[in-house]
Design a protein. Sequence first.
Length: 133
Amino acid sequence: MNRIEHIGIAVKSLASASEVYEKLLGVGSYKTESVESENVLTAFFKTGENKVELLEATSEDSAIFKFIEKKGEGIHHIAFDVDDIVLEMERLKEEGFILLNETPKLGADNKLVCFVHPKSSHGVLIELCQQIS
């Protein structure tokens, strides 16, 4: 794993949360995107080398909707940048981690992604991200 790629924050309203984060970070969102496979709308903010992803559910089937219902708004996941997501997934499986998907899938911000179950990482949902060339 190379570095923290972003921190994902589950929010009820992307519009409302975006206003808050624009004020907090002093910059506007550089990208908003709908991720149909996850039933979410996202907004990305960058400050220095760091990124924050706000996530709003678009349906009750969304993991974000279920997360907010159970825990309320807040940090949902920490994403790590990787060079080769398939190799990293194989390495983590060999180390005993539980992956939430068997193959990488298309995620937001032009990335292939895979999630590591929070039961494997002391309650923290981990996302692996590989930039698509």
